[in-house]
Design a protein around this ligand. Structure first.
Ligand SMILES: [Cu+2]
Length: 191
């Protein structure tokens, strides 16, 4: 069955981005403004959001606990719309060919994540660009048991955001894009 919800949510996000309805979030966020500053202690590791040939993540496969992890959007929003970098546990990660469609149903990660970002499909407004849970920094994953995790939303090319990796050494942080559930990746946290 074709999911109207999936199409509607994607369309809503894309429309919101095109109309610039949520543009103020990007430029107004202190976190986004600080993101251009270089980390002086240890060079930041980077994960990039890319759109060619298909939406995907690329970049570092390991990062030290306590090190900065930067996420940057190198994708043209007119091509595939906005992206999110969302930490998730393996059990909520969409799998299989139909995973994308099923992701936008109640209780599934895409809808849960969009709700955490305070995205309202009726008004097409996304009120929260950064969802921060657990300790400050990248550590908390969206999971079945504790619903809320760390997630950053971006709809502008060359926009970037960085914060410290607060997850413990030995953790494997899996991540995905709530808008393109097929965009998935993982990064190992070292000591
Ligand atoms: Cu995406």
């Amino acid at each position: 069955m074709r999911t109207r919800r999936s199409t509607a949510l994607r369309g809503a996000l894309a429309a919101a981005a095109a109309a610039g309805l949520v543009a103020a979030l990007g430029s107004g966020s202190p976190a986004a403004a600080d993101a251009g500053a270089e980390s002086t202690a240890t060079a930041a590791k980077t994960i990039s959001m890319r759109s060619a040939p298909a939406p995907r993540f690329s970049g570092s496969t390991s990062v030290a606990s306590g090190q900065m992890l930067r996420v940057r959007n190198l994708s043209d929003p007119r091509q595939h719309g906005p992206h999110t970098f969302t930490l998730v546990t393996a059990d909520v990660l969409p799998r299989g060919r139909k995973a994308g469609e099923q992701c936008f149903t109640p209780g599934k990660i895409c809808l849960v994540g969009a709700t955490a970002h305070e995205f309202d499909p009726k008004t097409e407004e996304l009120k929260r660009q950064l969802v921060e849970a657990g300790a400050v920094g990248w550590d908390r994953r969206f999971s079945r048991t504790s619903r809320k995790g760390d997630s950053w939303y971006s709809e502008k090319k060359n926009e970037q955001f960085e914060q410290v990796v607060s997850a413990r050494p030995g953790t494997v942080l899996r991540f995905m894009c709530l808008i393109h559930p097929e965009m998935q990746g993982k990064i190992r946290v070292t000591g």
